[in-house]
Design a protein around this ligand. Structure first.
Ligand code: AMP
Ligand code: FE
Ligand code: FE
Ligand code: ZN
Length: 284
């Protein structure tokens, strides 16, 4: 079984439509694909309608959060699967985050205006009404005008959290987000806990706190985790009784990783969604 539990579309900061994503998942010989756009479920219906025979879709989203660590807080992402997308708390929080993502991008563009001819209104017009605007949209614009060689280069030079134009994005407190996903009948997994970032990273104490709120797993098999991070996370997961998942975090041409490049073990997949009540996996 080839199971990829982390992928994005144009509804957030990927470059494929939801229909293109599921077609590419079938072409990549995946058996199971989770759709996890940032702070939006706007791609679910199109993905379901276009689902190829033989592919199982796990509807989900990636939730923008912050978590407490000694001396402050850090940005972190939660993957939520099979939650009720109409749960009022989820609807309200995702709407809030998407609206604030737009104003945050406008703020960053204002800071960039003196240096780069970026038309943020045009960029935002290209983001679906129920979609999430993010820094990759600015990065792609910087590539188009020749100010950066690639999206990754644009992040390195201008857009990362230490960069000159950075404005912090909106978020939910991580323990609240785990509870919100669980209360909506879903399954919560901590995304790329040791992914690329400068400075402070997620602590074992924070993961334990989230486990106490009902977190079911940690994403171990991810492009930004080296062998050492994987080993560390597996031992943490064992200690806390968490499952160890994997996914490519595919973003189309905004990142270099291939769909299906990182996978979830079949036995983990079976166990992970056993308790979900907010939704079901979908097969064509
Ligand atoms: P935002 O949600 O606006 O804070 O932007 C974060 C998103 O930018 C992440 O979800 C990634 O998709 C993307 N991202 C972050 N760093 C990089 C990078 N170095 N190269 C490509 N994409 C990145
Ligand atoms: Fe992203
Ligand atoms: Fe993420
Ligand atoms: Zn992601």
């Amino acid at each position: 079984m080839r199971i990829d539990l982390h992928a994005h579309t144009r509804v957030s900061d990927g470059t494929d439509s939801p229909a293109e994503l599921v077609a590419k998942a079938a072409a990549a010989r995946l058996d199971v694909l989770a759709l996890t756009d940032h702070d939006s479920t706007g791609g679910w219906d199109e993905a379901i309608a276009a689902l190829p025979t033989g592919l199982t879709l796990v509807p989900g989203a990636e939730f923008s959060c912050r978590g407490a660590v000694p001396g402050g807080s850090i940005s972190l992402h939660l993957l939520g699967y099979l939650f009720d997308r109409q749960a009022p708390a989820v609807v309200a929080e995702q709407e809030r985050l998407r609206a604030q993502r737009r104003s945050r991008l406008q703020e960053m563009a204002t800071r960039m205006a003196a240096d780069f001819p970026i038309d943020v209104e045009e960029i935002l017009a290209g983001v679906p009404a129920d979609g999430s605007a993010g820094r990759p949209h600015l990065a792609a614009a910087l590539v188009r005008i020749g100010a950066a060689e690639s999206v990754a280069d644009a992040f390195d030079r201008y857009l990362s959290s230490g960069g000159p134009y950075f404005v912090r994005g909106p978020h939910t407190k991580a323990p609240d987000a785990v509870r919100m996903i669980v209360e909506a009948g879903g399954v919560a997994v901590l995304a790329h806990p040791f992914g690329n970032r400068r400075g402070t990273r997620v602590t074992p104490e924070l993961i334990a706190t989230l486990a106490g709120e009902g977190l079911r797993g940690v994403e171990v098999f991810h492009p930004e985790h080296d062998e050492r991070s994987r080993a560390e996370l597996r031992s943490l997961a064992t200690d806390l009784g968490l499952l160890t998942t994997g996914g490519s975090d595919y973003h189309g041409t905004n990142k270099t990783v291939a769909l299906g490049g990182h996978l979830t073990p079949a036995e983990v997949y079976e166990e992970l969604f056993a308790g979900a009540t907010g939704g079901k996996v979908i097969s064509a």
